[in-house]
Design a binder for this molecule. Sequence first.
Ligand code: ZN
Length: 168
Amino acid sequence: MALRKIVVQGDECLRKVCRPVTEFNARLHMLLDDMKETLIDSQGVGLAAPQVGILRRVCVVMNEDDEIIELINPEIVSAEGEQTGLEGCLSVPGKFGIVTRPNVVRVRAQDRDGEFFEVEDEGLTARCFCHELEHLDGHLFVEHVDRLMTEEDLEAYIQEQEEMEEDE
Ligand code: ZN
């Protein structure tokens, strides 16, 4: 396994529509293993293949039990509810924004051997499914935000949220 370099906003790879995976071979398995290692190393919760310069429909998402789900050729089959919260991206370092997403998301995908499966999750993991799947079509979360926040803005925002909770 090896760490892959994460490309950042401005790189052409992040604007491309990725191609489906058709061969479930050792090369795909190596990509998945490398992406998982890169995700853990970067302390993120999700990573899509175009973020490491590979224009294929592959992403990995860490759920709230710290399990990494491998999604190949994923599609959202249902989405319910709404959540509004903070979002960031390993390809947009140091910037954050408030994004509204569905609260429960069900995804159909293939595993590393090509078997179809479905996975449903809520909250942060549902947000992550939406965020990673968008990468496969060349989109970034920044397209959904009115204003990008720096880490300083973020600290102020978190403090504000905590104060609001204390008042409740
Ligand atoms: Zn991202």
